[in-house]
Write a protein that binds this ligand. Structure first.
Ligand code: PPS
Length: 302
C-alpha cells in the first residue's frame, strides 16, 4: 500500500481503516497506470477526470520520490507569504493534498487550491488541459528515484519489501511499480506540455540553488515575496523540514524504524547503490528510451 500522505487524525483514521481492509499490497492497472488497491479507487479515478478546475488551482506533478513533499512545503509557504505558522500547524497532506486520494478531498479545499499528484498525463483532470490552473512538473534523476523508492518500500509497512536492489531495479525498469514507468510519465507530460500552463523544474536545481528555484516558481505563479523569500527558503531546507513534524511524515506507519520518509535528501545517492554493471545497463536503457527527448538534464548519470 502506498502511504505518502500521512498527517492528520482524520487521515490516520482513514489510513487505519485502509490498513485493516488491505493486509496485502496489490497493484492494479487502471487505464495503463498502476495504482494501489484500497488506497486509490477506480470510481474516484474515473470521476476526477472531470473535476472542475479553477484558474487559481496549482498542481505540482511528480513521479513518486521526485520531490512531492518538498513541493507541498514550498507551495504552502509561497502562498502564505512565508508565514511559518502555516507549515507548523497543519500536516502537509491537508495543506496540499494529493488529487488522486479520495480521503484528502482536494475538491473541497478553499481557493486557491494547492495540490500534488503522481497522475500520468492521460489521467489528469481535463480542465487542466484547457490551461485552467497552473502545473509545476518536478523531474528527478531516475537513478536517485529508484534508490529513494527502494528504501521507501523497505520502510513503509504496507508497501512490498523488495527482495533485493537488483530485483527492484528490474521491476522499476519494467514499470512494475506504483504509477508505472518513469519514462512514460515524463514523456507523457512533456510531449503534451503545450496543453498546459506548465513549468518544468528539477529536483537537482532545487537542491543546488533553492533560493533561485523558489524565485522561479514564484515568477511562474505571479507571486512576489520580496523580503519573505529568505524565510520561505529557510523552512524548505531538508534539515528544517526533517525537524518539522507537520512536514516530515514521521507518523507514517513503518516496518523499519531506522528508515525515514525524509531519508537523505541528496543528489547522487545512486552511486552508493548501483554496481557499475547496473549503472551501465540503466544508461543504455535510458539512452534508448529518451533518445528523442529534447530536454537536457543537469544531473550527472556517470
Ligand atoms: S512521495 O512518497 O512520492 O510523495 O515522495 P517524494 O516527496 O516525491 O520524494 C521523497 C524524496 O524527496 C526528498 N526530499 C527532499 N530532498 C531535499 N530537500 C528537501 N527539502 C526534501 N524534502 C523531501 C526525500 O528525502 C526523499 O528522497 P530520498 O533520496 O529518499 O532522501
Amino acid at each position: 500500500m502506498y502511504t505518502g500522505q500521512f498527517g492528520s487524525k482524520h487521515f490516520s483514521q482513514a489510513f487505519e481503516t485502509i490498513t485493516k481492509m488491505s493486509k496485502s499490497y496489490d497493484l492494479y492497472s487502471f487505464k495503463g497506470c498502476n495504482f494501489i488497491s484500497n488506497v486509490h479507487n477506480v470510481e474516484y479515478l474515473e470521476k476526477l477526470h472531470s473535476f472542475e478546475i479553477r484558474d487559481s488551482d496549482v498542481v505540482a506533478v511528480t513521479y513518486p520520490k521526485s520531490g512531492t513533499v518538498w513541493m507541498q512545503q514550498i507551495l504552502s509557504l509561497i502562498h502564505s507569504d512565508g508565514d511559518p505558522a502555516t507549515v507548523q500547524s497543519k500536516p502537509a497532506s491537508e495543506r496540499v493534498p494529493w488529487i488522486e486520494l479520495p480521503f484528502l478531498d482536494f475538491q473541497s479545499q478553499p481557493s486557491p487550491r494547492l495540490s500534488v499528484t503522481h497522475l500520468p498525463y492521460h489521467l489528469i483532470p481535463e480542465g487542466l488541459k484547457k490551461k485552467n490552473g497552473k502545473v509545476i512538473y518536478v523531474i528527478r534523476n531516475p537513478k536517485d528515484v529508484i534508490v529513494s523508492l527502494y528504501h521507501f518500500q523497505n520502510y513503509i509497512t504496507c508497501l512490498d519489501t523488495p527482495s533485493s536492489f537488483e530485483d527492484f531495479l528490474k521491476q522499476f525498469l519494467e514499470g512494475k511499480v506504483v504509477f508505472s514507468s518513469w519514462f512514460d510519465h515524463i514523456q507523457g507530460w512533456y510531449t503534451h506540455k503545450d496543453e498546459f500552463n506548465i513549468l518544468f523544474i528539477t529536483y537537482e536545481e532545487m537542491k543546488q540553488d533553492l533560493r533561485t528555484s523558489i524565485q522561479k516558481i514564484c515568477d511562474f505563479l505571479g507571486k512576489k515575496l520580496d523580503d519573505k523569500l529568505d524565510t520561505v527558503v529557510k523552512h524548505c531546507t531538508f534539515k528544517n523540514m526533517k525537524l518539522n513534524p507537520m512536514a516530515n511524515y514521521e507518523n507514517v506507519e513503518n516496518k523499519n524504524s531506522s528508515g525515514a520518509f525524509l531519508r537523505k535528501g541528496i543528489i547522487g545517492d545512486w552511486k552508493n547503490h548501483f554496481t557499475v554493471a547496473q549503472s551501465e545497463m540503466f544508461d543504455r536503457i535510458f539512452q534508448e528510451r529518451m533518445k528523442d527527448f529534447p530536454l537536457k538534464f543537469i544531473w550527472d548519470r556517470q
